[in-house]
Write a protein that binds this ligand. Structure first.
Ligand code: GUN
Ligand code: FE
Length: 461
Protein backbone atom coordinates (compact mmCIF):
# COMPACT_ATOMS: atom_id res chain seq x y z
CA UNK A 1 0.00 0.00 0.00
CA UNK A 2 1.37 3.45 -0.81
CA UNK A 3 1.70 5.93 2.03
CA UNK A 4 -0.18 9.18 1.77
CA UNK A 5 1.65 12.40 1.10
CA UNK A 6 2.14 13.63 4.68
CA UNK A 7 0.92 17.18 4.31
CA UNK A 8 -1.94 16.32 1.96
CA UNK A 9 -4.56 16.48 4.73
CA UNK A 10 -3.93 20.19 5.06
CA UNK A 11 -4.63 20.77 1.39
CA UNK A 12 -8.10 21.78 0.27
CA UNK A 13 -7.33 22.36 -3.43
CA UNK A 14 -4.62 21.58 -5.93
CA UNK A 15 -4.39 23.77 -9.02
CA UNK A 16 -2.44 22.42 -11.99
CA UNK A 17 -1.30 24.55 -14.88
CA UNK A 18 1.38 26.54 -16.67
CA UNK A 19 2.03 29.99 -15.32
CA UNK A 20 4.45 32.88 -14.92
CA UNK A 21 5.70 34.70 -11.83
CA UNK A 22 8.45 37.26 -11.20
CA UNK A 23 11.71 36.26 -9.59
CA UNK A 24 13.00 39.82 -9.77
CA UNK A 25 12.19 42.87 -11.87
CA UNK A 26 14.35 41.47 -14.66
CA UNK A 27 13.53 37.79 -14.46
CA UNK A 28 10.41 35.64 -14.60
CA UNK A 29 9.89 32.00 -13.68
CA UNK A 30 8.20 29.91 -16.34
CA UNK A 31 6.21 27.39 -14.33
CA UNK A 32 5.30 24.63 -16.75
CA UNK A 33 2.56 22.30 -15.49
CA UNK A 34 3.20 23.11 -11.83
CA UNK A 35 0.96 22.07 -8.94
CA UNK A 36 -0.14 24.64 -6.38
CA UNK A 37 -1.29 23.03 -3.14
CA UNK A 38 -3.57 25.38 -1.24
CA UNK A 39 -4.60 25.19 2.40
CA UNK A 40 -7.85 26.31 4.04
CA UNK A 41 -6.45 29.81 4.55
CA UNK A 42 -5.91 30.19 0.82
CA UNK A 43 -2.12 30.05 1.05
CA UNK A 44 0.15 28.14 -1.33
CA UNK A 45 1.78 25.76 1.15
CA UNK A 46 3.47 23.59 -1.45
CA UNK A 47 4.47 24.22 -5.05
CA UNK A 48 5.63 21.23 -7.07
CA UNK A 49 7.16 20.98 -10.53
CA UNK A 50 6.87 17.84 -12.65
CA UNK A 51 10.36 16.64 -11.74
CA UNK A 52 9.69 16.79 -7.97
CA UNK A 53 9.52 13.32 -6.40
CA UNK A 54 6.11 14.03 -4.79
CA UNK A 55 4.53 15.38 -7.97
CA UNK A 56 2.88 12.28 -9.37
CA UNK A 57 1.59 11.03 -6.07
CA UNK A 58 0.20 14.45 -5.13
CA UNK A 59 -1.51 14.69 -8.49
CA UNK A 60 -3.00 11.22 -8.08
CA UNK A 61 -4.25 11.89 -4.55
CA UNK A 62 -5.71 15.24 -5.57
CA UNK A 63 -7.63 13.50 -8.35
CA UNK A 64 -8.91 10.74 -6.07
CA UNK A 65 -10.08 13.21 -3.43
CA UNK A 66 -11.70 15.61 -5.92
CA UNK A 67 -9.30 18.39 -4.99
CA UNK A 68 -7.75 18.83 -8.41
CA UNK A 69 -8.50 21.81 -10.63
CA UNK A 70 -6.54 21.55 -13.88
CA UNK A 71 -6.15 24.30 -16.47
CA UNK A 72 -7.01 23.39 -20.04
CA UNK A 73 -4.76 23.51 -23.08
CA UNK A 74 -4.17 27.14 -24.09
CA UNK A 75 -4.85 28.47 -20.57
CA UNK A 76 -2.20 30.18 -18.43
CA UNK A 77 -1.91 31.39 -14.85
CA UNK A 78 -0.66 34.81 -13.84
CA UNK A 79 -0.61 36.25 -10.32
CA UNK A 80 -3.61 38.49 -9.64
CA UNK A 81 -2.81 42.13 -10.30
CA UNK A 82 -2.42 44.71 -7.54
CA UNK A 83 -3.78 48.16 -8.35
CA UNK A 84 -2.13 50.62 -5.98
CA UNK A 85 -4.15 53.69 -6.89
CA UNK A 86 -7.90 53.79 -7.55
CA UNK A 87 -10.38 56.60 -6.88
CA UNK A 88 -13.49 54.46 -6.51
CA UNK A 89 -16.08 57.29 -6.80
CA UNK A 90 -14.47 58.53 -10.02
CA UNK A 91 -15.45 55.34 -11.85
CA UNK A 92 -18.63 57.20 -12.80
CA UNK A 93 -16.64 59.71 -14.88
CA UNK A 94 -13.97 57.43 -16.34
CA UNK A 95 -13.22 58.40 -19.90
CA UNK A 96 -14.36 62.00 -19.59
CA UNK A 97 -12.78 65.42 -19.09
CA UNK A 98 -9.17 64.46 -19.62
CA UNK A 99 -8.45 67.43 -21.87
CA UNK A 100 -8.28 69.97 -19.03
CA UNK A 101 -5.55 70.54 -16.40
CA UNK A 102 -5.59 68.73 -13.06
CA UNK A 103 -6.81 71.54 -10.81
CA UNK A 104 -9.60 72.46 -13.25
CA UNK A 105 -10.55 68.78 -13.59
CA UNK A 106 -10.80 68.50 -9.80
CA UNK A 107 -12.92 71.64 -9.44
CA UNK A 108 -15.32 71.17 -12.34
CA UNK A 109 -15.76 67.41 -12.59
CA UNK A 110 -14.25 65.44 -9.74
CA UNK A 111 -15.30 67.28 -6.59
CA UNK A 112 -18.94 67.67 -7.76
CA UNK A 113 -19.07 63.94 -8.53
CA UNK A 114 -17.41 62.84 -5.28
CA UNK A 115 -19.76 65.05 -3.25
CA UNK A 116 -22.66 62.83 -4.38
CA UNK A 117 -21.33 59.95 -2.30
CA UNK A 118 -23.15 61.27 0.75
CA UNK A 119 -25.90 59.15 -0.83
CA UNK A 120 -25.22 55.54 0.21
CA UNK A 121 -27.49 54.04 -2.43
CA UNK A 122 -25.59 55.83 -5.19
CA UNK A 123 -22.30 54.74 -3.60
CA UNK A 124 -23.43 51.13 -3.52
CA UNK A 125 -24.38 51.21 -7.20
CA UNK A 126 -21.09 52.70 -8.40
CA UNK A 127 -18.84 50.73 -6.05
CA UNK A 128 -20.45 47.36 -6.81
CA UNK A 129 -20.05 47.91 -10.53
CA UNK A 130 -16.45 49.02 -10.09
CA UNK A 131 -15.35 46.09 -7.91
CA UNK A 132 -16.97 43.62 -10.34
CA UNK A 133 -15.20 45.34 -13.25
CA UNK A 134 -11.79 45.31 -11.59
CA UNK A 135 -12.07 41.65 -10.60
CA UNK A 136 -13.07 40.78 -14.16
CA UNK A 137 -9.85 42.45 -15.35
CA UNK A 138 -7.72 40.33 -13.01
CA UNK A 139 -7.26 42.86 -10.19
CA UNK A 140 -7.29 40.85 -6.98
CA UNK A 141 -6.09 43.62 -4.65
CA UNK A 142 -7.09 47.27 -4.76
CA UNK A 143 -5.84 50.27 -2.79
CA UNK A 144 -8.82 52.63 -2.85
CA UNK A 145 -9.50 56.27 -2.16
CA UNK A 146 -13.20 56.56 -1.32
CA UNK A 147 -14.59 60.04 -0.49
CA UNK A 148 -14.82 62.26 2.61
CA UNK A 149 -17.96 60.34 3.68
CA UNK A 150 -17.36 57.71 6.36
CA UNK A 151 -20.50 55.69 5.63
CA UNK A 152 -19.96 55.37 1.89
CA UNK A 153 -16.28 54.58 2.46
CA UNK A 154 -17.31 51.76 4.79
CA UNK A 155 -19.75 50.55 2.15
CA UNK A 156 -16.86 50.25 -0.34
CA UNK A 157 -14.87 48.13 2.14
CA UNK A 158 -17.91 45.91 2.69
CA UNK A 159 -18.42 45.48 -1.06
CA UNK A 160 -14.78 44.40 -1.56
CA UNK A 161 -15.14 42.04 1.42
CA UNK A 162 -18.37 40.52 0.11
CA UNK A 163 -17.23 40.14 -3.48
CA UNK A 164 -13.95 38.50 -2.43
CA UNK A 165 -11.48 41.18 -3.49
CA UNK A 166 -8.69 42.21 -1.12
CA UNK A 167 -9.52 45.84 -0.44
CA UNK A 168 -7.44 48.51 1.25
CA UNK A 169 -9.84 51.39 1.70
CA UNK A 170 -9.76 54.85 3.22
CA UNK A 171 -11.96 57.80 3.95
CA UNK A 172 -10.37 60.82 2.26
CA UNK A 173 -9.39 63.82 4.37
CA UNK A 174 -9.91 67.31 2.87
CA UNK A 175 -10.28 69.89 5.62
CA UNK A 176 -8.62 73.04 4.27
CA UNK A 177 -11.20 75.82 3.95
CA UNK A 178 -9.50 77.58 1.06
CA UNK A 179 -8.40 74.65 -1.08
CA UNK A 180 -11.65 72.66 -0.96
CA UNK A 181 -15.11 73.81 -2.05
CA UNK A 182 -17.72 74.41 0.65
CA UNK A 183 -19.97 71.69 -0.77
CA UNK A 184 -17.22 69.06 -0.58
CA UNK A 185 -14.93 69.20 2.42
CA UNK A 186 -14.74 67.85 5.95
CA UNK A 187 -16.86 69.79 8.45
CA UNK A 188 -13.69 70.77 10.33
CA UNK A 189 -10.32 69.29 11.25
CA UNK A 190 -11.57 67.64 14.44
CA UNK A 191 -14.40 65.88 12.60
CA UNK A 192 -12.05 64.76 9.80
CA UNK A 193 -9.75 63.11 12.34
CA UNK A 194 -12.60 61.60 14.38
CA UNK A 195 -14.23 60.14 11.26
CA UNK A 196 -10.89 58.68 10.16
CA UNK A 197 -10.35 57.06 13.55
CA UNK A 198 -13.89 55.71 13.68
CA UNK A 199 -13.45 54.29 10.15
CA UNK A 200 -10.20 52.55 11.15
CA UNK A 201 -11.87 50.97 14.18
CA UNK A 202 -14.86 49.75 12.17
CA UNK A 203 -12.67 48.14 9.51
CA UNK A 204 -10.59 46.48 12.20
CA UNK A 205 -13.80 44.99 13.61
CA UNK A 206 -14.74 43.68 10.16
CA UNK A 207 -11.24 42.31 9.51
CA UNK A 208 -11.34 38.92 11.33
CA UNK A 209 -14.35 37.78 9.26
CA UNK A 210 -12.76 38.42 5.87
CA UNK A 211 -10.59 35.64 4.49
CA UNK A 212 -8.78 37.65 1.83
CA UNK A 213 -8.31 40.65 4.12
CA UNK A 214 -9.76 44.12 4.31
CA UNK A 215 -7.56 46.96 5.53
CA UNK A 216 -8.18 50.55 6.69
CA UNK A 217 -6.06 53.26 5.09
CA UNK A 218 -5.23 56.79 6.24
CA UNK A 219 -5.66 59.24 3.34
CA UNK A 220 -4.77 62.90 3.30
CA UNK A 221 -6.01 63.52 -0.29
CA UNK A 222 -2.85 65.48 -1.05
CA UNK A 223 -0.97 68.10 0.91
CA UNK A 224 -2.92 71.03 -0.64
CA UNK A 225 -6.28 69.65 0.65
CA UNK A 226 -5.14 69.41 4.25
CA UNK A 227 -4.36 71.83 7.06
CA UNK A 228 -1.16 71.42 9.03
CA UNK A 229 -3.29 70.25 11.98
CA UNK A 230 -4.93 67.52 9.89
CA UNK A 231 -1.57 66.28 8.60
CA UNK A 232 -0.26 66.21 12.16
CA UNK A 233 -3.33 64.36 13.44
CA UNK A 234 -3.18 61.80 10.64
CA UNK A 235 0.49 61.20 11.44
CA UNK A 236 -0.51 60.49 15.04
CA UNK A 237 -3.21 58.04 13.91
CA UNK A 238 -0.64 56.32 11.67
CA UNK A 239 1.61 55.74 14.66
CA UNK A 240 -1.28 54.69 16.92
CA UNK A 241 -2.85 52.11 14.60
CA UNK A 242 0.08 51.01 12.39
CA UNK A 243 -2.13 51.01 9.29
CA UNK A 244 -1.51 51.76 5.61
CA UNK A 245 -1.24 55.37 4.40
CA UNK A 246 -1.71 56.72 0.92
CA UNK A 247 -1.80 60.12 -0.78
CA UNK A 248 -0.70 61.94 -3.93
CA UNK A 249 2.87 63.16 -3.94
CA UNK A 250 4.65 65.56 -6.30
CA UNK A 251 2.24 64.79 -9.11
CA UNK A 252 2.21 67.88 -11.34
CA UNK A 253 4.00 71.22 -11.74
CA UNK A 254 1.09 72.98 -10.07
CA UNK A 255 0.76 70.66 -7.07
CA UNK A 256 4.49 70.22 -6.48
CA UNK A 257 4.96 74.00 -6.75
CA UNK A 258 2.09 74.75 -4.36
CA UNK A 259 3.59 72.58 -1.61
CA UNK A 260 7.02 74.08 -2.11
CA UNK A 261 5.61 77.55 -1.75
CA UNK A 262 3.58 76.71 1.38
CA UNK A 263 6.27 74.74 3.24
CA UNK A 264 9.53 75.64 1.51
CA UNK A 265 10.14 71.95 0.84
CA UNK A 266 8.94 69.07 -1.32
CA UNK A 267 5.85 66.95 -0.59
CA UNK A 268 7.98 63.96 0.39
CA UNK A 269 9.73 65.89 3.14
CA UNK A 270 6.45 67.41 4.37
CA UNK A 271 4.76 64.00 4.52
CA UNK A 272 7.78 62.47 6.23
CA UNK A 273 7.96 65.24 8.83
CA UNK A 274 4.34 64.50 9.76
CA UNK A 275 5.04 60.78 10.17
CA UNK A 276 3.13 59.79 7.04
CA UNK A 277 5.92 57.94 5.25
CA UNK A 278 6.23 54.42 6.65
CA UNK A 279 6.81 50.98 5.18
CA UNK A 280 3.02 50.73 4.78
CA UNK A 281 2.78 54.02 2.85
CA UNK A 282 2.13 54.13 -0.88
CA UNK A 283 2.43 57.50 -2.60
CA UNK A 284 0.81 58.00 -5.99
CA UNK A 285 2.65 59.56 -8.94
CA UNK A 286 5.86 61.02 -7.41
CA UNK A 287 6.84 62.41 -10.79
CA UNK A 288 8.84 65.30 -9.35
CA UNK A 289 10.66 63.42 -6.59
CA UNK A 290 14.22 64.68 -6.10
CA UNK A 291 17.02 62.18 -5.50
CA UNK A 292 16.94 63.16 -1.82
CA UNK A 293 13.16 62.49 -1.73
CA UNK A 294 13.71 59.08 -3.33
CA UNK A 295 16.30 58.23 -0.68
CA UNK A 296 13.80 59.20 2.02
CA UNK A 297 11.29 56.82 0.42
CA UNK A 298 13.87 54.06 0.40
CA UNK A 299 14.88 54.66 4.01
CA UNK A 300 11.25 54.64 5.18
CA UNK A 301 10.20 51.68 3.01
CA UNK A 302 7.60 53.89 1.31
CA UNK A 303 6.48 52.84 -2.17
CA UNK A 304 5.60 54.70 -5.35
CA UNK A 305 2.31 53.90 -7.10
CA UNK A 306 3.28 54.55 -10.70
CA UNK A 307 0.23 55.70 -12.70
CA UNK A 308 1.50 56.02 -16.28
CA UNK A 309 -1.83 56.65 -18.03
CA UNK A 310 -2.97 59.43 -15.74
CA UNK A 311 0.55 60.89 -15.80
CA UNK A 312 0.28 61.28 -19.58
CA UNK A 313 -2.62 63.69 -18.97
CA UNK A 314 -1.84 65.45 -15.71
CA UNK A 315 1.83 65.07 -14.82
CA UNK A 316 3.53 67.45 -17.25
CA UNK A 317 6.38 64.98 -17.56
CA UNK A 318 7.48 61.35 -17.42
CA UNK A 319 8.68 59.86 -14.15
CA UNK A 320 12.15 58.24 -14.32
CA UNK A 321 10.74 55.05 -12.83
CA UNK A 322 13.76 52.92 -13.71
CA UNK A 323 16.05 55.29 -11.83
CA UNK A 324 13.88 55.28 -8.71
CA UNK A 325 13.68 51.50 -8.78
CA UNK A 326 17.45 51.27 -9.08
CA UNK A 327 17.69 53.57 -6.05
CA UNK A 328 15.91 50.79 -4.16
CA UNK A 329 12.44 52.36 -3.88
CA UNK A 330 9.54 49.87 -3.93
CA UNK A 331 7.29 50.37 -6.94
CA UNK A 332 3.84 49.18 -7.95
CA UNK A 333 1.32 50.24 -10.59
CA UNK A 334 -1.92 52.18 -10.38
CA UNK A 335 -4.72 52.78 -12.84
CA UNK A 336 -5.57 56.07 -11.04
CA UNK A 337 -9.18 55.81 -12.12
CA UNK A 338 -10.33 58.21 -13.37
CA UNK A 339 -7.26 60.38 -14.02
CA UNK A 340 -6.42 57.19 -15.87
CA UNK A 341 -9.45 56.12 -17.89
CA UNK A 342 -8.87 52.38 -18.04
CA UNK A 343 -9.76 49.92 -15.24
CA UNK A 344 -7.28 47.35 -16.56
CA UNK A 345 -3.84 46.98 -14.97
CA UNK A 346 -2.80 45.41 -18.30
CA UNK A 347 -3.19 48.88 -19.80
CA UNK A 348 -1.07 50.39 -17.03
CA UNK A 349 1.64 47.79 -17.74
CA UNK A 350 1.60 48.68 -21.44
CA UNK A 351 1.68 52.44 -20.86
CA UNK A 352 4.48 52.11 -18.28
CA UNK A 353 6.63 50.50 -20.96
CA UNK A 354 5.61 52.99 -23.69
CA UNK A 355 6.17 56.10 -21.54
CA UNK A 356 9.59 54.87 -20.45
CA UNK A 357 10.60 54.35 -24.07
CA UNK A 358 9.57 57.89 -24.99
CA UNK A 359 11.47 59.23 -22.02
CA UNK A 360 14.61 57.44 -23.15
CA UNK A 361 14.41 58.43 -26.79
CA UNK A 362 13.01 61.96 -26.30
CA UNK A 363 10.25 63.36 -28.46
CA UNK A 364 11.54 66.34 -30.45
CA UNK A 365 12.15 65.05 -33.98
CA UNK A 366 13.78 68.30 -35.07
CA UNK A 367 16.80 67.28 -32.98
CA UNK A 368 19.44 64.67 -33.71
CA UNK A 369 19.01 61.36 -31.86
CA UNK A 370 21.72 62.26 -29.38
CA UNK A 371 20.28 65.70 -28.63
CA UNK A 372 16.72 64.33 -28.61
CA UNK A 373 17.39 61.73 -25.96
CA UNK A 374 16.66 63.13 -22.52
CA UNK A 375 17.87 60.41 -20.22
CA UNK A 376 20.03 57.38 -20.55
CA UNK A 377 18.66 53.88 -20.03
CA UNK A 378 15.31 54.90 -18.65
CA UNK A 379 13.31 52.31 -20.57
CA UNK A 380 11.71 49.46 -18.71
CA UNK A 381 10.85 46.08 -20.21
CA UNK A 382 7.48 44.39 -20.11
CA UNK A 383 8.92 42.02 -17.48
CA UNK A 384 9.70 44.97 -15.24
CA UNK A 385 6.21 46.41 -15.69
CA UNK A 386 4.74 42.97 -14.90
CA UNK A 387 6.89 42.85 -11.77
CA UNK A 388 5.52 46.24 -10.68
CA UNK A 389 1.93 45.03 -11.25
CA UNK A 390 2.45 41.88 -9.16
CA UNK A 391 5.41 41.24 -6.83
CA UNK A 392 6.31 44.94 -6.57
CA UNK A 393 2.74 45.79 -5.61
CA UNK A 394 2.83 43.11 -2.88
CA UNK A 395 6.11 44.47 -1.50
CA UNK A 396 4.71 47.98 -1.60
CA UNK A 397 1.81 46.90 0.62
CA UNK A 398 4.00 44.65 2.81
CA UNK A 399 1.67 41.71 2.10
CA UNK A 400 2.54 38.16 0.89
CA UNK A 401 0.85 38.60 -2.48
CA UNK A 402 1.83 38.99 -6.14
CA UNK A 403 3.87 35.82 -6.70
CA UNK A 404 2.97 32.20 -7.44
CA UNK A 405 5.27 30.84 -4.73
CA UNK A 406 5.03 29.02 -1.40
CA UNK A 407 3.82 31.01 1.61
CA UNK A 408 2.05 33.52 -0.62
CA UNK A 409 -1.71 33.85 -0.97
CA UNK A 410 -3.11 32.04 -4.01
CA UNK A 411 -4.26 35.11 -5.94
CA UNK A 412 -4.36 34.32 -9.62
CA UNK A 413 -6.00 34.91 -12.97
CA UNK A 414 -6.52 32.28 -15.63
CA UNK A 415 -5.97 33.62 -19.15
CA UNK A 416 -7.56 31.59 -21.93
CA UNK A 417 -5.83 32.28 -25.24
CA UNK A 418 -8.50 30.35 -27.14
CA UNK A 419 -11.70 32.10 -26.13
CA UNK A 420 -14.03 32.80 -29.05
CA UNK A 421 -13.01 35.97 -30.91
CA UNK A 422 -9.76 36.21 -28.92
CA UNK A 423 -7.28 38.63 -30.45
CA UNK A 424 -4.47 36.30 -29.57
CA UNK A 425 -2.21 35.44 -32.49
CA UNK A 426 -0.82 32.09 -31.35
CA UNK A 427 -0.60 29.87 -34.44
CA UNK A 428 2.23 27.62 -33.43
CA UNK A 429 1.61 24.83 -30.91
CA UNK A 430 5.22 24.88 -29.84
CA UNK A 431 5.60 28.62 -29.46
CA UNK A 432 8.17 29.34 -26.71
CA UNK A 433 6.52 30.12 -23.38
CA UNK A 434 8.71 33.20 -23.06
CA UNK A 435 6.97 34.62 -26.16
CA UNK A 436 3.52 33.54 -24.95
CA UNK A 437 4.17 35.45 -21.73
CA UNK A 438 4.77 38.66 -23.69
CA UNK A 439 1.67 38.13 -25.82
CA UNK A 440 -0.41 37.62 -22.68
CA UNK A 441 0.76 40.92 -21.27
CA UNK A 442 0.30 42.90 -24.45
CA UNK A 443 -2.88 41.32 -25.83
CA UNK A 444 -5.03 39.98 -23.01
CA UNK A 445 -8.52 41.49 -22.94
CA UNK A 446 -11.20 41.11 -20.30
CA UNK A 447 -12.76 38.30 -22.39
CA UNK A 448 -9.61 36.19 -22.06
CA UNK A 449 -9.66 36.28 -18.26
CA UNK A 450 -11.86 33.27 -17.64
CA UNK A 451 -11.43 32.95 -13.89
CA UNK A 452 -9.97 34.90 -11.03
CA UNK A 453 -8.87 33.58 -7.64
CA UNK A 454 -8.31 35.50 -4.43
CA UNK A 455 -6.87 33.82 -1.31
CA UNK A 456 -7.61 30.40 -2.76
CA UNK A 457 -11.25 31.17 -3.56
CA UNK A 458 -12.62 31.38 -7.06
CA UNK A 459 -14.53 34.61 -7.57
CA UNK A 460 -18.17 34.01 -8.43
CA UNK A 461 -19.27 36.05 -11.42
N1 GUN B 1 -4.69 65.14 -6.71
C1 GUN B 1 -5.64 65.35 -5.79
N2 GUN B 1 -6.74 64.65 -6.04
C2 GUN B 1 -6.48 63.96 -7.16
C3 GUN B 1 -7.24 63.04 -7.92
O1 GUN B 1 -8.39 62.71 -7.63
N3 GUN B 1 -6.62 62.53 -9.02
C4 GUN B 1 -5.35 62.87 -9.37
N4 GUN B 1 -4.82 62.30 -10.44
N5 GUN B 1 -4.65 63.73 -8.67
C5 GUN B 1 -5.21 64.28 -7.58
FE1 FE C 1 -5.12 59.92 -7.96
Amino acid sequence: MRTKVRWMDKIVKVIKGTGFSSISAQEIEILEQYLYCIDKNGMIIKRLNPSDSQYNQTLQEAKETNKLIALEEGQYLLPGFIDLHIHAPQWGQSGTALDIPLHQWLDTYTFPLESKFNDNMFAEKVYSHLVDTLLAHGTTTGLYFATIHEEASYKLAEICAKKGQRGLVGKVVMDDLEQNPEYYRDKDTKTALEDTESFIKRIKTLQPEIKQGVYPVIIPRFVPSCTDQALEGLGELTAKYDVHVTSHCSESDWEHGYVKERFGKNDAQVLNDYGLLTDKSVMAHCNFLSDADALTFKKQGTAIAHCPISNAYFANGVIPIKKFHEFGVEIGLGTDLSGGFDPSVYSAIRQAVISSRMLEDGVDTSKSPIERSTTDKSRITVKEAFYFATAGGGESLSLPIGRLVENYAFDAQVIDTRTPNASMPIFNDSEPLEDIFQKLLYLTKRENITSVWVQGEKIQK
